[in-house]
Ligand binder design. Sequence first.
Ligand SMILES: [Zn+2]
Ligand SMILES: [Zn+2]
Length: 193
Amino acid sequence: MPLITEDMKQRLLNKTAEPESEPELEQVPALDDMTERELLAKSKEYAAETIEEYDMPISMGDFELKISNRMSRSHGNCRKRGNDITINLSSKAYQNHGWENTQHVIRHELIHAVQAVVHDEMSHGRTFKKWSGKMDVDIRADDPAGDAKYYVVCPNCLRSWPRHRMCKLVKEADNRTCQCGQSGLEVRDEPPE
Ligand SMILES: [Zn+2]
Ligand SMILES: [Zn+2]
C-alpha cells in the first residue's frame, strides 16, 4: 500500500496550488496580540492620554475612532465629512507593524483632528508642524509607502497622482485636465490630505 494515496496526493497538489492569501494577516506579533475590540479600546485610551499629555484643543467627543480592515497601503487617516470627523486606523498595519507604530499613527491623526476642528484644514503644513515636532510625529506615519517624489495634484478636488520620476504627466501637469473638470494640475512634493 502506497504511503500517499492518489486522493491524498491530489489534495496536497490542490493545497499547493491555492493562491497565497495575504500571509501577513497571520503573522501577528506575539507581544502585540490584541483582538480588534481590544485594539479599539486601547487606541481610544491612548488617544485620550495623548490629548491630555499634549494639551490638544480637542476632546474624544470631537471625532469617532475606528479600526479599518480595508486599508491596505495607508496605516491610518483622518476624514472630515460635514461636521463629522473620523480617525481610521488600519488593522493590517497594526498586525504588520505592531502597537508602537499604531500609537505613532494615532498621534499623527490626532494632529489632523486638531486641524479639522480648529483650522478647518488637514495638511502637513504649518499647523501640522506646530504639533508634530513636540509629539515626535513623522509626516509619513500614516502613509509610509507614499514616498513618491512628485505628486500631481488637482487643486480643485485634490485627487492626486503620485509619481517617482519626472515623467510626462509631471512635465505636462499644467496642461492636463482632471476628471472633475479642473484644468491645470499642480506638482507638489507632498500628497494632499
Ligand atoms: Zn497625515
Ligand atoms: Zn479634480
